[in-house]
Each structure stands twice: as C-alpha cells, then as structure tokens.
Design a binder for this molecule. Structure first.
Ligand code: ASP
Length: 691
C-alpha cells in the first residue's frame, strides 16, 4: 500500500547531513539505493542527486515500521522521518560525506514502488549501453551521469557569463528554416500548409548569424542546436550543440581572443587554468609538422630531414627526391625486437607511394653521415623510437626490396585509422571532416562539368592532399597522380599527401606506444589555432571544387588574384581551434561583399540562376550595407566530454541517439498515421515497420 506525501516537507537533501547535525529531527526523501536486512536491524541507503544517507530501522522502532522496511526494494521512493545519530567509530564510512551519521527512522512513507529493475543505478559497472539508453531515466539516476549533466550546465553558464561580459547578446534563430549548407544532408520537415514543400532543420545558424551582423547586432552568440543527417560513424550525434558566435568589424585575432576567454572560463569548472593566448599555426605548417590539420602536440612534431641525404643516397634508396623525408620521433618506446619492427611495417601498410624506414640502425650502417645529421635535427632521446617516411620514387613505386613491406600486408587497420584520422584520442570525430560543402544534399544543383569551372582554371588535378586529416588510414590515399607544383614555399598536393601519410603513422605510433610514453594519460591540454586553410577542396567524385569550410568564408586577401586562376592554391580566412588532436571548432572571416560572394558561388560551379534560387535573399542582403564580420562555432558536447574525462559524447548528452540514429527510450523515429501523411501530402513508398 502506498502512502500519500500529505503535508510532509523535506528538511534536508540526502547528501547534506554531517556530524554537527546529530540530534536533529529530519525529514529526508529519495530513492532506495540499497537495502541491507540483518533481521532485527534494516539499513536503507537513501539517495537523491546530492548523495546518500544511511537510514536505520531497528527492532525497537516497532513491528509495523520494521515490517514496512522489510517490504522496501531498490528504487522505491520513500520519505523518512527520524533523528540524526552519530555512528560508532567502527562503522564510520569515510567514502561518503554523510558517513559519520545515520538517521534512525521513526516513520516511513512509501511514496512509490518500482518494478524489478533492468539494472540498478547503484551499480558502478553498468550493463550494456543499449539498456542504458532504453532506460535513460534510470541511467541518469547514476551519480556519474548526474555529475556529467551538472558539468554541462556549469560549462554553459561559464561560457554565457563570459560572452555576456564581453558585450555579446544571446539571440535565438529558427529551427524550422531552409537548407543551410554545412556539408551534410538536411533533416526535412514537411509543411502541412504548403503541401509538397519542406522546411529544413538548421545544420547551423550560419546565415542567420550573418544576417544579424547585417542588422547591426555587433556581437551575437547562441548555444545552438544543429542537425546534420550524416552517417553515424564513430561517436557522432545527428543533433548536437554548438557555441555559435559572430562579431562585426573583426579580424581573426579578435575571434581567437574571445574563444580563448570562454574556453578559459569553461576550464575553470574543472579547476584548470589554461594558458592563453593559444599557439597558432598555419594549415601548411600543421601539415608540415604534424601531417594533419588537427595536430596533437602532446607528441613531438615531425621534421623534414631530406637535406641530410646526398642526392645519390636518395637514388640508392629509391626515394623520390621531390618529396620531404619525414622523421618521426615517438618517445620512450625503448629497443624494439625484429618482430616488433615488422609489426610497425604492418601498421604502416602496403603503400606504393610512401616508404617506411623503421630500422634506423640498419640505415645508419650504410649511411652513417646522413643518420648522424638526422639525429641532430630530430633530436631523439636514446630510448625514443625514430623512423623515417619518404616518398617512393615515381618510376619505382612497386614494392621495394630493402625496405619492402611484407607482401599482402594490410593497410593500417580500420580501427587504427578511425582513431587516427577521424577521431580524436578522446574519441570524438571532426567537424571539419563533415564539411566538403555540397558534396551531398544539394539536389537542385546541376552536375558540374569541367566547363563550368571558373574560366582560366588550370587542369584541375585532384588535390589528394586536401583529404589529409579527413581520411581514415584505412582509406589511405593511394598512388597519387597529383602534382608537385608549389606556390612560393607552400606545399604541393603530393607533399601534403606524403606528410599526411607520415602524420597518420605518427598518430598510429602514438596510440600503439601510449602506455610507454604516457603522454595521453596526463591532464595536459594543448590548445592550438590552425589558420589559413585552403579555400577549396577538390571533389573527386563530382569533379568540382567544394568550399573547404563553407561558401560564406572569405578568401585570404592576398589570394584574391588567384581565386579563379588557381583555386587549389588559394587560402581562406578560416581557422580551427584544436585540442590534443581534436577539432573543437571552426570559423572564418566571412565574405561581406556581394561581388566576392558571387565569385565564390561561381567558383563552386553555381550558375547565376542557381545562385539566385538558393541564395538570392542572401546575395541581396549583402547589398544593403553589410559590415565586415566573422565568427566561429565550437562543439559544446565535445568540450564537456573532454572536461568530464569521458570517451563518448553519449555520456554528456542527456538523451542521445544511438549510432543507428535511434532514440531508444522514445523509440524514435516511428511511422506516422495515414491521416498525418495525407494532411502533409506525403506518400510513403517503403513498407511500414512492424509493430
Ligand atoms: N557555421 C560553421 C559550422 O557550423 C561555423 C562558423 O563558420 O561559424 O561549422
């Protein structure tokens, strides 16, 4: 029989009572975390979000009360009226803040019972994740999950307070809108009023925030929900939260300062003071030093040691003299056995475009001078692993003899590749990876042919290097036909390809020897700005240029003249903030002039009619006094995940979806009634799901 709450008022939360409360009369309410029945004495651990208090029902409390306590089970909801008593020294529980006291019950009210549980919130090791997601309300009763949600709240508050103090206003933008190009498929919402027409859920508030700048709001931010219909690889969520901001009359440095300020504020929630300003590195430097656009600086950078070899050495070693020779140092690996070195070859994979020299001592026997110089440049400690990655000579890109890989060696295993290319050490995928604007979701576009590329565009060589950092090692760039052309001292596509391969291998080594170097285990937060990204990426499938960030990104002012003549070499004013190999956010200075926006749309293969149809309103808005502006968006989920020390976004999102894009608790998505479909003017052609 359940009791009513009546007028009973809670006096304390379950984590509140201390020794100094001894003797007080209290009323506690909560869930039964555990019950221990010792016959004449029953212990109840009463739990709420603040902690646990031990409640005691002794035999002298009376038969009725004792009987009631006997009937209680885990997760029943009760109210306890009783008196706080100091525990005997021997029974003090030092593990909980209330461990010096217990509450001796005079009265119990059973407010609700519970079905037998699929799992107990009291257990630390929880069951499979599907069950956790299906019974999310039970999962969220676990203190760990509660703490994660509180952390999320604290982080959001810290960010809001900081931004507000800097003169930002939080402004909401619509959820029902039209397609916003961020490179993913849109979620569409059918209109009942306008049958056959659809809203799109925002992939980001990009155009609205730019419009707000046109409207003179000067500093906008929003903790905004974004929706991207992407294949659910790794730990990605189809709806996620961004800290989205935009500012007027700014250069990238102004955006960096604001982001550094709010990240500093966010990190104080875990008691860490992060040093600012963050280091900066151009995209080219990042590729040169780390082979990836989101460097993990907890491990040493790579170095180009080509200058250490005489030209004839390169010929003997079948090394392509046009490409860098990359030295990779992995700390504290120690001496490797022959078998372990063979494993490195397997990890590197069977590549025709790049060669691995994993046995430096052997190389040293034949090329002592070169290796001495390499050691001078790469500076390995005696117990560090030093390996070289070089380009295989173009006419000799067959398996080579000396350093040839075992025939049939697999490429880097997909799991390694996933960790390396697409996921941070912390397990998060990249935003930028999701880009490649318009590679999907632009059904109304004309297929672009080479003819529609900007007049005067050079023969467009697939710039494989652009994929650096976005591609898993499993899909390692293959033998490249791309050019070695360099603009100034910039990297050529083939440089980037080789450096990318080396960078992936550096990360794979970092993962493989993580327990030896220990660099990932510490609370070491290495933030970084990566700047000057390429403006365009070549889309090999569609054979056209895509915007590397999004099509509203301003080209680098210096590169305006080559925009049309050499799109592959043009840089943008786009930047990423990176932490320990994870991209936390991306942004850019925007195009604020209609003429330039139009050139970019054209470079992306959009005809004037199409520009008008898709972005007419925006091109028009740009003509009414649009100020220079720029901004950025950072993934809140990912930031909280890192702060929580977690490895999955699902741990810090209250109601996440599974990798198959299903909400297991609500059981969404679902079929809808024929009546609803009819109203929306929609005919569904796939058979209905059972049940
Ligand atoms: N809208 C962009 C994104 O969602 C960020 C930005 O450019 O501000 O990635």
């Amino acid at each position: 029989m359940l009791d009513f709450l009546g007028n009973l008022q809670r006096t304390h939360m379950c984590g509140a009572l201390r020794a100094s409360d001894a003797g007080s009369h209290v009323v506690l309410m909560g869930w039964i975390n555990r019950r221990r029945d010792l016959g004449n004495i029953i212990f109840l651990d009463l739990r709420d979000r603040t902690g646990i208090t031990q409640v005691v029902i002794t035999a002298d409390a009376g038969a009725e009360l004792h009987k009631k306590a006997e009937s209680l089970r885990s997760e029943y909801v009760i109210a306890v009226v009783g008196r706080v008593k100091l525990r005997d020294a021997a029974t003090i529980n030092k593990n909980i803040p209330t461990g010096e006291i217990e509450v001796v019950a005079d009265e119990l009210r059973l407010l609700n019972d519970s079905k037998p549980l699929p799992f107990s919130p009291a257990d630390n090791d929880v069951v499979n994740e599907e069950l956790r997601l299906k019974y999310r309300y039970l999962d969220l009763r676990r203190p760990e999950m509660y703490q994660n949600m509180v952390l999320r709240d604290r982080v959001a508050i810290a960010i809001r307070q900081y931004l507000t103090s800097q003169g930002f206003h939080e402004i909401e933008t619509p959820i029902l809108t039209r397609s916003t190009p961020e490179g993913a498929r849109d979620y569409l919402v059918p209109s009942r009023v306008h049958n056959g027409e659809f809203y799109a859920l925002p992939q980001s508030p990009q155009q609205f925030k730019q419009i707000l700048m046109i409207s003179g709001f000067d500093k906008y931010f929003q903790i905004a929900r974004c929706f991207r219909d992407e294949d659910q690889r790794a730990d990605r969520q189809l709806e996620f939260t961004q800290i989205d901001l935009e500012m007027t009359f700014v250069r990238p440095e102004n955006v960096y300062a604001i982001v550094e300020g709010f990240l500093k504020a966010a990190w104080t929630t875990i008691g860490v003071d992060i040093p600012t300003p963050f280091p900066r590195m151009t995209y080219d430097e990042a590729i040169r030093l780390y082979g990836i656009d989101k460097p993990d600086m907890r491990l040493p950078a790579m170095s180009d040691v080509k200058s250490c070899f005489a030209p004839e050495n390169l010929a003997t070693l079948n090394i392509d003299p046009d490409l860098p020779i990359v030295a990779i140092v992995t700390p504290k690996v120690g001496e490797l056995s022959r078998k372990e070195r063979d494993d490195l070859k397997l990890l590197f994979g069977d590549r025709k475009d790049a060669k691995l020299f994993e046995d430096i001592k052997r190389l040293e026997k034949s090329f002592p001078d070169a290796v001495a110089k390499i050691r001078d440049i790469a500076k390995p400690n005696p117990d560090d692993l030093l390996v070289l990655v070089a380009g295989a000579k173009a006419d000799n890109r067959q398996l080579t003899t000396d350093n040839s890989l075992p025939v049939g060696a697999p490429p880097l295993s997909p799991s390694v590749g996933d960790r390396v290319g697409n996921e941070s050490a912390a397990g998060a995928p990249s935003f930028r990876e999701a880009k490649g604007w318009d590679s999907v979701g632009s059904d109304n576009r004309q297929p672009t042919t080479d003819n529609s590329l900007p007049a005067g565009a050079p023969p467009l060589s697939p710039s494989v290097g652009d994929r650096v950092g976005n591609e898993s090692a499993a899909g390692a760039p293959s033998f490249s036909e791309s050019s070695t052309k360099r603009v100034g001292n910039r990297l050529s596509p083939r440089d980037r390809e080789l450096l990318g391969a080396a960078g992936q291998f550096r990360l794979a080594l970092g993962q493989k020897f993580a327990s030896k170097h220990g660099a990932f285990a510490q609370r070491d937060f290495r933030f970084l700005w990566v700047t000057d990204f390429p403006m365009f990426e070549w889309d090999e499938t569609e054979h056209r240029w895509n915007a590397a960030h999004h099509p509203f990104t301003s080209p680098h002012e210096e590169d305006m003249p080559i925009l049309e003549s050499d799109p592959g070499a043009a840089r943008s004013l786009a930047y990423d903030v990176v932490l320990n190999g994870t991209e936390l956010g991306s942004g850019s200075i925007r195009i604020h002039r209609q003429d330039i926006q139009s050139i970019i749309f054209k470079a992306l293969g959009m005809s004037p009619a199409e520009q008008e149809a898709r972005f007419g309103y925006f091109l028009e808005a740009l003509q009414y006094g649009t100020p220079p502006h720029g901004g950025i968006a950072l993934g809140l989920d990912r930031i909280v995940m890192i702060l929580a020390g977690g490895s999955s976004l699902r741990e810090v999102i209250p109601f996440p979806k599974t990798a198959k894009a299903i909400d297991l608790m609500m059981d969404a998505p679902t079929p809808v009634s024929d009546k609803q479909l009819k109203e929306l003017g929609i005919a569904v052609t796939v058979p209905k799901r059972d049940g």
